[in-house]
Design a protein around this ligand. Structure first.
Ligand code: 4NP
Length: 155
């Protein structure tokens, strides 16, 4: 079982998009039984909130429902519970490190590390550009799934 936790700041824009896009991708590869996938935010100010309307609309346009997703905060215990802690930007990485201490098992990465343009995913909470977020998220998710499939000889 591959346990994947996507992390952003508020868990209402980017990481829930990544969670739901990755779940959809894994399902399309008939690999759902091999995965446990969640997302969370490093800040608690939005705990238990639905996804941002921009994320909801973008996901709806590609046939993915977000109605059951509620935000949760990233907790220290998640570090042991998950194999892959996939952040959206460098500040998420630093905030996760503040929460857990050290990444002794090298579980932390950023979603765009799995593409040919590593870096940060801009926050649409501020840019309002959910199309660009989706384009980064789908590319990162496809790359991440390829890496996991290859590393474990799945399929
Ligand atoms: P996210 O975006 O980290 O991609 O979910 C944000 C969501 C909420 C806030 C900031 C960023 N906020 O300030 O409430």
């Amino acid at each position: 079982m591959n346990k994947v936790m996507f992390v952003c700041l508020g868990n209402v824009c980017r990481s829930p998009m990544a969670e739901l896009v990755f779940k959809d991708l894994v399902e399309k590869h008939h690999l759902s039984h091999e995965f446990h996938i969640e997302s969370s935010g490093t800040n608690s100010f939005r705990e238990n909130s639905p996804v941002h309307i921009g994320t909801k609309k973008k996901l709806n346009s590609v046939g993915i429902s977000s109605s059951s997703k509620k935000s949760q905060q990233f907790r220290k215990s998640h570090y042991d519970q998950f194999d892959w802690i996939v952040c959206m930007d460098e500040s998420n990485v630093n905030q996760v490190l503040d929460i857990i201490g050290k990444d002794s098992k090298h579980k932390i990465s950023k979603l765009l590390d799995y593409t040919n343009h590593p870096g940060d995913i801009d926050d649409p909470w501020y840019t309002d550009d959910f199309d660009s977020t989706y384009s980064d998220v789908i590319e990162g998710c496809e790359g991440l799934l390829k890496v996991i499939i290859k590393s474990q000889s799945l399929k």
